[in-house]
Design a protein around this ligand. Sequence first.
Ligand code: S3P
Length: 452
Amino acid sequence: MGHATALLRPAKATKSPALKGDIRVPGDKSISHRALMLGGLAAGETRITGLLEGEDVINTGRAMQAMGAAIHKNGDAWIVNGVGNGCLLAPEAALDFGNAGTGCRLTMGLVGPYDFDTTFTGDASLSGRPMGRVLEPLRLMGVQVRAEAGDRLPVTLRGPRAPAPISYRVPMASAQVKSAVLLAGLNTPGITTVIEPVLTRDHTEKMLRGFGAALDVETGADGARIIRLEGRGQLGGQIIDVPGDPSSAGFPMVAALIVPGSDILIRNVAMNPTRTGLILTLQEMGADIEILDPRLAGGEDVADLRVRASELEGVTVPAERAPLMIDEYPVLAIAASFASGETLMQGLEELRVKESDRLAAVARGLEINGVDCTEGKDWLSVRGRPDGKGLGATSRDAVVATWLDHRIAMSFLVMGLASETPVQVDDCSIIATSFPDFMDLMAGLGAEITES
Ligand code: S3P
C-alpha cells in the first residue's frame, strides 16, 4: 500500500462555530496492531471488537494472513484464527507495512527469530525511518539481517536454528523496541529480559499476559523496569474489546478547547496511564477536561471525556513526560498556539524519527501560519495568541507540508478551526492510516474542513 505523491489530496480548515456533539474516536492503534499479531499467533480463536480499521492496522492483518493466520470480519467483530506459538509460516512475498512503524518493527520481532526469510517493505516515510534500533537486538539473538545501508527498509531477516535469549537494555524510550524484543522472545527458548529505564506504553506486556505468556515485571534498584518473558510457551485465543485511541482523541479535544463556545463528549477513550500525558498537560494549561465514568474494560482503563472551550496558558512540559505523550506533541503545539504566554516542550529527540521529522514539520507549519516559535535540537517553544489574531495562512501558497504524516495533517486542520484565516495542508489522504473517519467526525461536530 504505497502512498504515491500523485494522490496527494490538499485540504483546508476554516474558522468554525462552537463545536458540539457526542462522539467516539476509532480504536487504539497500538492495541489494534498487537491484537491482530497476538491473535494471529495464538492457538484458537481471538475475537476483536473496536479494532481500528485504518491502513496501518490493515497492513498488519495482511502480514499475519501471509504468515498463516485466518482473519475475517463477522458483523462488528474481527475473528482471528491463529497458528499457535512457534508456528508462523514463511510468507511467500515481501510484507508491505505501508506507513506503519509499529506494524513493521513489532512484526520484525515476532517473525525475526524464525528459520526462514522474511522481507519487510514500506512507503517512502517508513523507508526513511531507522530500523537499526530493532535490528540490533535481533542480531544479538542470532538473526541474520540483510538491509540497505543504514539499516533502512527493505530489510530481509532470517532466524538461526536456535535463537539465543538475551537481556537487553532499551537505549531509547521506545515501546516499539521493547515490544519487538519481547515478541522475539516468544519463539526463543529460555528467558528473554528487557530492561526499560524509562516507562513507555505497556500494552505489549499486558496483552502478552492476557494471551497466557509467562511474563513478569519487576522494578530494579535504579528504578528501571525489568521485564522477563519465558519463551516457547503456549498462547491461546482471547476476546479483546479495543478502547478508543487517546492519541486520536487529542484532535477533537484540542479543537474543542480552542474553538470558543465548544462543548463535546468523547466516549470510551483509553486512559492507560502510559498514554495520558496530553490530558495532564492540557489540564495544567487550564483546559476544562472532565474525566467521566472511569472504568476498566478488557484490562485497560477507559473513560468518557467532556471537553469545553478554555482559556489556555503556556506551561513547561518536562522531558520525563515525553514517552507518555510522544505522539501528541504536534497537536499540543496547536493548543499552545492559542495559549497566552510561552509553552516549552522538552525531551523531544524521538520526534525526529516519527512518520516525519515531527519537530521540523511542526515548526515549519507553525511559522507559515504566523505562530511565533523556536525549534531546538530536542525542544520546541511556542508563544501563543489566545484570540487567534494573525494566525493562519497569509497567502494561497502558505500550505503545510505533511510529509506522509497523518498527525501533522490532522493537527494543522485543527488549527484552522480557530485561526483568523484558514489553514491549508498539502494532503489529507494520509489521515486514513490512523483515523479514516476524521473528516466526517469533525464535520459532525461543526468543524469546517474541506478538501481543496
Ligand atoms: C507505539 C510506540 C511509539 C509511538 C507509536 C506507537 C507502539 O513509537 O510513537 O505511534 O504502539 O508501540 P516508539 O516506540 O518509536 O516511541
